[in-house]
Design a protein around this ligand. Structure first.
Ligand code: PLP
Length: 454
């Protein structure tokens, strides 16, 4: 059988259920804790911040498959199924016996996989009778995705966008406003926590951690408003499982199964989603694919972080989560992969990594862009800098196959397009892009501020 360049499932083949990885984990991630009492949180504790159905999903570690609501499935049809693409041109250029596949999630206006979760969050908020949502965004993809979903389901939205990214990508504002969202660079003077962060460092470029604190503060001021988070949480991994389920179904049609699954990792949502059914096979002993998380060397949560309880935000208003973290006060350098500039990592992914089910690697941004440019010329898609981390690792693994002569099957997640990242590409092209790798002392400063939890 000649494997086509692109494999599309039909609309009817879009999965009807999300898969909840925790149902198959031999040991559960540690519970979220109330930072005041250090007691585990219940779903009800989260109701003031998250909409109720999402809070219930957050705490549900036992339901293996959860029905995707009909309205969300209908919405998915506007941009799913996404194609599984065989990177024939890349394989040829690398002269590798490896078969390289990528799942392309950038074929929607948000330019990324984030719309999979945004759809669910906007739907559940509307179903609960709420009138608005608020959120943070790093690179801007998540904010755009939520603006799109809020426009579709009829909700207002306020987005706090990390200031460095806001300045690097002015057109994100235009897109979010076009969809009816309000966008504020963070830290801002619209919240107490933003004002406090600015007082300490008026020139800070912000971070996802700061923007999360601001968005949560806003949501708590209005009973008809809730906060939506684009990564890290269990609910987001659940919604993103549609990526992996579709990938597995498409690969089955081709008689393929990945030996290696690769995803970039910011808060863990795309990797958590892509790997979900393959990790299920691993956890249940059906198969043993390698699963690799790729992060920036400038923000190495998994590869150099500590596995400890920490706040999910800089302003310390969130619950404590046990995860790989650089410390909630760690502000990563202004790396261009804005969506990967997060101090922590999904607690579920952290646990799987800690227990040896996953690997992690980190890469400097100039090397990432080298692979991004190679890929864009060969496969003709201009990747988001975040996604290019996964490309880089796939190239490395394919080159190892060339050395060893092994024809492994590699699957990576191409999470998005880089049309709003031209500032970054310009810097790479004119040779002014630099790499920043934090020293052990830099990291220690973050670790020193970790909360003390017995
Ligand atoms: C295109 C793209 N890829 C990857 C990520 C990383 O996030 P996550 O680890 O949650 O998938 C982001 C986050 O903004 C993104 O925009």
């Amino acid at each position: 059988m000649k494997i086509p360049y692109r494999t599309y499932l039909t609309e009817e083949e879009i999965p009807k259920q999300w898969y909840n990885i925790r149902a198959d984990m031999p040991e559960q991630p540690a519970p979220l804790l109330n930072p005041g009492t250090l007691k585990p949180l219940t779903a009800e504790d989260l109701y003031p911040v998250f909409c109720e159905e999402l809070a219930n999903q957050e705490m549900d570690a036992t339901t293996r498959y959860i029905d995707i609501p009909e309205e969300v499935l209908e919405y998915y049809k506007t941009f799913r199924p996404s194609p599984l693409i065989r990177a024939y041109n890349l394989e040829k250029a690398l002269d590798t016996p490896a078969r390289i596949y990528f799942k392309f999630e950038g074929n929607n206006t948000s330019g990324s996989h984030k719309l999979n979760a945004a759809a669910a969050m906007a739907y559940y908020a509307k179903a609960q009778g709420l009138t608005s949502l608020t959120t943070e965004t790093g690179a801007g993809q998540w904010g755009t995705a939520l603006a799109m979903a809020c426009a579709y389901f009829g909700l207002d939205l306020t987005v706090y966008m990390v200031k460095v990214s806001y300045e690097q990508k002015p057109f994100r504002k235009a897109v979010i406003e076009t969809y009816g969202g309000k966008i504020i660079p963070s830290p801002s003077d619209t919240t107490e926590v933003g004002r406090a962060i600015l007082k300490e460092d008026p020139n800070t470029g912000g971070s996802l951690g700061c923007a999360i604190s601001e968005a949560i503060e806003l949501s708590l001021k209005d009973d008809k408003c809730r906060y939506a988070l684009g990564s890290v949480m269990n609910q987001v991994l659940l919604h993103q499982s549609v990526i992996g389920l579709e990938s597995k179904a498409a690969m089955e049609k081709l008689g393929e199964y990945p030996d290696i699954v690769i995803g970039c990792a910011g808060g863990g949502s795309n990797l958590g989603g892509l790997m979900a059914p393959f990790m299920q096979d691993k956890l249940t002993g059906k198969a043993n694919p390698r699963i690799i998380a790729v992060e920036p060397a400038s923000c190495p949560s998994l590869t150099r972080g500590k596995y400890a309880y920490d706040f999910c935000d800089t302003g310390k208003v969130t619950p404590l989560a046990k995860m790989y973290t650089l410390g909630s006060e760690f502000i990563p350098s202004a790396n261009h992969a804005g969506g990967l500039r997060y101090h922590g990592m999904s607690p579920a992914l952290s646990k799987l990594y800690h227990d040896g089910y996953m690997e992690a690697t980190s890469v400097e941004q100039t090397k990432v862009f080298e692979s991004a440019v190679l890929f864009s010329k060969l496969e003709q898609i201009l990747p988001a800098p975040e996604s290019a981390h996964a490309i880089h690792s796939a190239v490395e693994e394919a080159l190892k196959c060339k050395e060893s002569g092994e024809a492994k099957t590699i699957l990576f997640g191409l999470t998005g397009t880089g049309y709003f990242d031209m500032h970054a590409y310009m810097q790479y092209n004119d040779g002014t892009m630099t790499d920043y790798i934090p020293t052990d002392e830099d990291l220690q400063r973050g670790f020193d501020k970790l909360p003390k939890v017995e």
